[in-house]
Ligand binder design. Structure first.
Ligand code: KIV
Length: 284
């Protein structure tokens, strides 16, 4: 399979071919996603809640994101790798914003970054534009943006009123104008996502945004049914790994306790002459 490129993603939209994106925080999963032919791999700041046990994505730091992005990079050969700008890594100043985006590229080897723009706050739109102007590919993110969920009234569907929907259309157009290569839309009504998808020349990637988007993204742990108590309506589980893993661990415990694991074949032995020498030396 050919390496995924930005022009290739734009071409997929033109041809009406769907785009796939999934999250990864470590090498083993990244390698599997890449092998399965997923177009984009996102080192999402969902890392904070899914893998680090934080109550929200707000505490996630640049250092944590880079640490995980580097591991993911080592497992990805074909997909486009996107690093998620964590809360307060952009918006403080233009210089700081561009420097942090640059760290994802230089230190972690990402191909692009994602910026949460919520309802299109001027500061976030300016951050996306500044990063792109510095020559770094940017993926915008509108709708329910977890870093600012408090301002949006919590983890709720966004853009249900005509007034708010208009704000999202404007934000998406602004991100396109800032030369973002795509826009993630999270938890917005399907009709609004379809309208924005028609209006934009760049691809839209939905999560809880209905089937009309140019692509779909999920948190990989959700699709695998792995370790998440909270399951949003859109997070279809394509597998139930929690059960499989629990069964395997319980079997390990039983077999250690009964002596069935490990077997002789799963161990190593000393050469007989060395064993004899050891015994002659008085060590029994
Ligand atoms: O952080 C993340 O995983 C995300 C996706 C859910 C789009 O932003």
């Amino acid at each position: 399979m050919e390496k995924v490129t930005l022009p290739g993603l734009a071409e997929k939209k033109r041809r009406g071919e769907k785009i796939t994106m999934l999250t990864a925080y470590d090498l083993p999963l990244a390698r599997l996603l890449d092998e399965a032919g997923v177009d984009l791999i996102l080192v999402g700041d969902s890392l904070g809640m899914v893998a680090l046990g934080y109550p929200s994505t707000v505490p996630v730091t640049m250092e944590e994101m880079l640490h995980h992005a580097k591991a993911v990079r080592r497992g990805v050969k074909r997909a486009l790798l996107v690093g998620d700008m964590p809360f307060m890594s952009f918006n403080l100043s233009r210089k700081e914003t561009v420097r942090n985006a640059g760290r994802f590229m230089k230190e972690a080897g990402c191909d692009a970054v994602k910026v949460e723009a919520g309802q299109g706050s001027p500061a976030s739109l300016a951050a996306a534009a500044a990063i792109r102007a510095a020559g770094i590919p940017v993926l915008g993110h509108i709708g329910l943006t977890p870093q600012t969920a408090g301002l949006l009234g919590g983890f709720k569907v966004q853009g249900r009123s005509a007034r708010q929907a208009k704000q999202f259309v404007a934000a998406a157009l602004q991100l396109e104008k800032a030369r973002c290569f795509g826009v993630v839309m999270e938890c917005v009504p399907s009709e609004l996502a379809a309208l924005i998808t028609r209006r934009l020349s760049i691809p839209t990637i939905g999560i809880g945004a209905g089937p009309a988007c140019d692509g779909q993204v999920l948190v990989t742990q959700d699709l695998l049914g792995l370790g998440r108590a909270f399951k949003p309506r859109f997070a279809r589980a394509f597998a139930h790994l929690d059960r499989t893993i629990l069964k395997a661990i319980a079997q390990f415990r039983r077999e250690v306790e009964s002596g069935a694991f490990p077997s002789r074949e799963e161990g190593f032995s000393m050469p007989p002459a060395e064993l004899r020498k050891l015994r002659r030396g008085g060590v029994k």
